[in-house]
Design a protein around this ligand. Structure first.
Ligand code: URP
Ligand code: ZN
Ligand code: ZN
Length: 483
């Protein structure tokens, strides 16, 4: 067989194994995996490095207006370049519906914005307006086009859809084999804390973390899981930041419920002390849910290690430290008027490799699972996230030995800070490919504006998650069948 590219002399790492082997690529696909492959128009010597599936970033806000209406600093060009330098071959940012907007209109808007991506992409919808039209026309059309996941919020004034809206959405998603994701924090608890803090004049950035208690996440994750159980629908809990929230996920999964979840590097690497930096520096660390504490970090790592989480995602939400972003309401704004979100799409995988694999917390196989394979399976990217014949040639070759410090310049995004500045990282992706094309090669950008393609995604695979019957729903169905 003639190959366009052969990657030879590397250690192939998948979500389940690791072996010395060569990869043959023809066109856009992997066509052969063998102990040794000759030939190839281009031969890439992996030189003993790790040959892994290119990362899939499953949680990123790109060219998206925030809940308060400001635009992220990164568009699809800069966001995808930053992702590629971080070892990603594809990503799934959000396409956000604003109230009054049809889903068709949302998708058309993001189709136009995404044209510049250098890596493959899809979108998760954000649904804020679950009208009849959204539920019965817009969503089914989006699912049919391969946009098979959507996110809802239990908080933020302009996004919170309430329990009834969530049940409606869960039901529609279930009927179409689509997946509902949830940002879970209790809106009323946060509003109450905001009032209590305001009454005390406590408005500095550090109070952001106090204003969103762990209890608010614990309650909302539990509620979202129970709503999903009632609707007999799968659910993906995004950016879990608390031990109690992780325990709810763990318990539901152990019972057989199709519950999936992620956490993010910031909840494992940073703490609420970062919000207490001098002046307004703490604003750079405002994200929701907020950063917690060292004890929570340890607990979340244990959940990463033991399988509570399917992915570790960046939740890249880039708002600059200026009037276009964090300081849009002035350089002394109260925490409640500072844009929520941290950048981190380029640092997610290098940080996870360094702290996880090199740090001895997770295996290289878990790294591949958290970084690519699980997201591909859960979000229906059926030709991505694995190294096997027939799969897209989305590859990242990692040097596990390089040591460097995180700098803003290396993020290749449009931000003016990185919250991970100065962190020491061991290991980095030296070569990244999307569908057989080099997009990053030893620190140089090779990908081209618009080279990425929209990925139509499949239905959610819930194998291994049989579900937990709800007695009353079963009784209703029995009566219906007998009537
Ligand atoms: O603070 C965050 N995470 N901002 C981005 C939007 C969201 O809630 O995920
Ligand atoms: Zn969120
Ligand atoms: Zn997010």
């Amino acid at each position: 067989m003639e190959f366009d590219t052969v990657i030879h002399g590397g250690t192939i790492v998948t979500a389940s194994e690791q072996y010395r082997g060569d990869l043959g690529i023809s066109g856009e696909r992997i066509v052969a995996v063998a102990e040794r492959l000759d030939g190839g128009m281009r031969r890439i010597d992996a030189g003993g490095r790790l040959v892994m599936p290119g990362g899939i970033e499953a949680h990123a806000h790109i060219a998206q207006e925030s809940a308060s209406g400001i635009m992220t600093a990164d568009d699809y060009l800069s966001g995808s370049i930053s992702a590629a330098f971080g070892g990603n071959s594809s990503f799934i940012p959000f396409a956000a519906q604003h109230r009054g907007q049809t889903i068709d209109n949302v998708i058309a808007t993001y189709d136009a914005r995404a044209k510049t991506s250098i890596i493959d992409y899809s979108y998760h919808l954000i649904v804020s307006d679950p009208t009849e039209e959204t539920l019965n026309v817009g969503l089914p059309r989006a699912f049919a086009r391969g946009i098979t996941s959507l996110k809802v919020f239990t908080t933020y004034d302009l996004l919170n859809i309430g329990d009834a809206g969530m049940l409606d959405i869960l039901g529609v998603a279930r009927d179409h084999g689509a997946l509902t994701m949830v940002h879970a924090e209790n809106h009323a608890m946060i509003a109450w804390m905001n009032r209590e803090l305001a009454a005390r004049g406590m408005t500095a950035p550090k109070y952001h973390a106090i204003s969103r208690p762990e209890l608010a996440e614990e309650e909302a994750i539990n509620r979202a899981i129970l709503l999903a159980r009632l609707a007999n629908a799968p659910l993906f809990v995004v950016h879990v930041s608390t031990e109690a929230g992780a325990r709810h996920v763990q318990r539901a999964r152990a019972e057989g419920a199709p519950i999936f979840a992620e956490t993010c590097p910031q909840y494992l690497a940073l703490t609420r002390d970062d919000l207490d930096r001098p002046g307004m520096e703490g604003a750079k660390y405002i994200c929701s849910p907020p950063l917690r504490d060292a004890g929570t970090q340890d607990a979340l790592w244990r959940h990463v290690q033991t399988g509570t989480f399917d992915s570790v995602s960046s939740d890249h939400a880039p708002y600059r430290f200026d009037e276009t972003g964090k300081l849009m309401n002035g350089s002394n704004a109260p925490y409640s008027k500072i844009a929520n979100g941290l950048p981190g799409i380029a640092v997610r995988l290098p940080w996870l490799f360094s702290q996880g694999v090199i740090g001895g917390r997770i295996t290289p196989q878990q790294f591949v699972a958290f970084g690519a394979t699980n997201a591909a399976r859960i979000f229906g990217m059926t030709r991505k996230g694995r190294i096997a014949p027939g799969m897209d040639a989305d590859i990242a070759i990692w040097n596990p030995e390089t040591i460097r410090r995180v700098t803003l310049k290396d993020q290749h995004d449009k931000m003016d800070f990185t919250p991970f500045e100065g962190f020491e990282l061991t290991g980095e992706p030296e070569i990244v490919m999307t569908r057989g094309a080099l997009i990053v090669e030893h620190g140089k950008l090779r990908g081209k504006n618009g080279q990425g393609r929209f990925v139509a995604r499949g239905r959610l695979d819930v194998t291994g998650h049989p579900g937990v019957p709800v007695k009353e729903v079963a009784l209703m169905k029995t009566d219906e069948a007998n009537s």
